[in-house]
Design a protein around this ligand. Sequence first.
Ligand code: CAP
Ligand code: MG
Length: 418
Amino acid sequence: MSYIDLKYEPSKDDLICSFRIEPSRGLNIKKVAEAVAAESSVGTWTEVKTMKPRIRNMAAKVFEIKGNYVKIAYPSELFELGNMPEILSSIAGNIFGMKAVKKLRLEDVEWPKKIKNSFKGPKFGIHGIRKILGVKKRPLVGTIIKPKIGLNEKEHAKVAYEAWVGGCDIVKDDENLTSQNFNRFEKRLKETLKMRDKAEKETGEKKVYMPNVTAETKEMLRRAKLVEEMGGRYMMVDIITTGWAGLQTLRNEDLNLVIHAHRAGHGAFTRGLHGISMLVVADIARLIGVDQLHIGTVIGKMEGKKEEILRIEAEIEKSFIKEGGHYLEEDWGRIKPVFAVCSGGLHPGLVQRLMKIMGNNIIIQAGGGIHGHPKGTRVGATAMRQAVDATLKGISLKEYSKTHKELRDALKKWGYKK
Ligand code: CAP
Ligand code: MG
């Protein structure tokens, strides 16, 4: 039984995977590609007597091999609709542990309509979020409360307030703050939402708090419902450590909350040549239905090449993506676009360069780059907004800082990039 058919033309019901395969010593790419297609669909290491002709037809097919890049088509009946863990146990499961592969990377996935329609996609998406905030064109500006963890509930709420009145639209918890002894979820939520209301009243702007609900699934749901009950508009979740099943549960509850997806931990398998690309993580997150997703900054503290990050931005924002190289086509149909979050090592001096690379449809977040301002959080937030304003007006940061002292102090501390 063969899993290779280089003349095969995938049907629109096939799920297609693009892999980069490095065979183990002594094996050729064709053999290993075939082993990958077998193990990830109906096969195993040997022919079995229980195989039936109808099951043979369900086998995955390797239909393209170009150097180390291999495309495999999977008939959609192999998969359970709406069950992301199951789909990934096939296309991103055992194959990573096979002796035959030295290195294997799942680069991209093209989802057939049937499977796409079995997931919810974002409830709000970019347009929904812009509507909630009443911000039409400019990038949104956010901060992460720092220190990452350690502040108590009241201190946390106070820092949030300072950031909002200084000019931030969004304040979020850090990925490792949930409900520790020194800072309990319930109390933090109550105190911070109180400060949000005060900041809204004082500034006349809509302000957003994104509490981190990450926890064991039932507890996570309980926290999310509490956010909704208490008048929150957003929740934040660490999608990798929570896991796809937990994320699906959270999304399928259909709460009236925007979902902000933090990707802490992705680097364990998205960096290097063995694992799953961040593009695939972004694909899955959009399909399940997060509204905002961390995708990198190109120029900040986290690893990520420009070409890859721009591809990810297109993948989550556009309704149609063209095929190119080992990247696959995607027609997102009814599935809404996700807001790209650029975070990690940013400060006002990097804003102009960041917007040049990524455009205006982004959420710019700075933790250290706001709370580390020489004059503190409030002034730091103002400097950040000034950097965005200058860029939208087409004025260089250096020029703008001559008349805006908050920005000037920030540039003095961290420098700037054109
Ligand atoms: C940013 C951040 C985010 C990173 C994660 C942090 O803080 O809160 O977790 O952005 O990386 O703790 O590092 P700073 P990514 O602004 O102080 O760096 O967005 O690439 O997933
Ligand atoms: Mg963080």
